[in-house]
Design a protein around this ligand. Structure first.
Ligand code: GTP
Ligand code: MG
Length: 199
């Protein structure tokens, strides 16, 4: 699959202000600074333009909708685990994202982004476990693979799945990516295409 056009559509701060649920949506979530916006730019081929890449973590505080080829939407969810925000602000984001993930009727699935440079984090493991519990389909995307050697990345992935196996059954689909050098782009787009249109 190839993305021909990608356009920012709107931002929403509550379920009511999300665009009409007319197109299938694929959401991206992960800890703040994990590389969600960069991945969206990489996939859409509009590096550095479409989704705002943070110089300070936690910039994405709204749900951002991008319309792809006029046929589906890529959805950039606010990063979780941004410690510098007040608890109240974090709670508001969390409730909104929870509502979006559990109530959005046109949500096809979620890509959970994981930083491939760091050991398994409780926050990521908890989030994935929760997605399983609420039965939201998901796949994992290990980001920033350009920062490590191939074997070091594979080691982190292995460690992550060992930790995850203590919590959930089965191994989710996963991808290793770099928004910097394009690693994993065609694999991930192929997967997205299969899940959106079954081809
Ligand atoms: P929030 O919106 O704040 O939650 O962050 P985000 O998850 O959208 O991350 P963003 O794409 O803004 O990237 C955060 C930082 O990581 C930026 O400095 C990016 O340039 C850097 N970054 C993202 N992806 C990659 C990657 O694949 N490789 C490298 N080397 N750096 C990356
Ligand atoms: Mg972002």
């Amino acid at each position: 699959m190839k993305i021909k056009t990608a356009d920012f559509e709107t931002s929403a701060s509550s379920l009511d202000t999300c665009p009409a649920p007319t197109l299938p949506e694929l959401a991206f979530i992960g800890r703040s600074n994990v590389g969600k916006s960069s991945l969206i730019n990489m996939l859409s081929g509009r590096r550095g333009q479409l989704a705002k890449v943070s110089s300070t973590p936690g910039k994405t505080r709204l749900i951002n909708f991008f319309q792809i080829d006029g046929l589906w939407r890529l959805v950039d969810l606010p990063g979780y685990g941004y410690a510098k925000l007040s608890k109240k602000t974090r709670d508001i984001f969390r409730d909104f994202v929870t509502e979006y993930l559990t109530q959005r009727e046109n949500l096809l699935g979620v890509l959970v982004l994981i930083d491939s440079r760091i050991p398994p984090q409780e926050l990521d493991l908890d989030y994935i476990t929760w997605l399983g519990e609420v039965e939201v389909p998901f796949a994992l995307v290990f980001t920033k693979a350009d920062k490590l050697s191939k074997s070091a990345t594979e080691k982190t992935v292995k460690k992550f799945f060992t930790a995850l196996a203590e919590r959930i059954e089965g191994q989710p689909d996963y991808f290793i990516t770099s928004s910097k050098d394009g690693t994993g782009k065609s694999e991930l787009l192929g997967y997205i295409g299969e899940n959106l249109w079954g081809n």
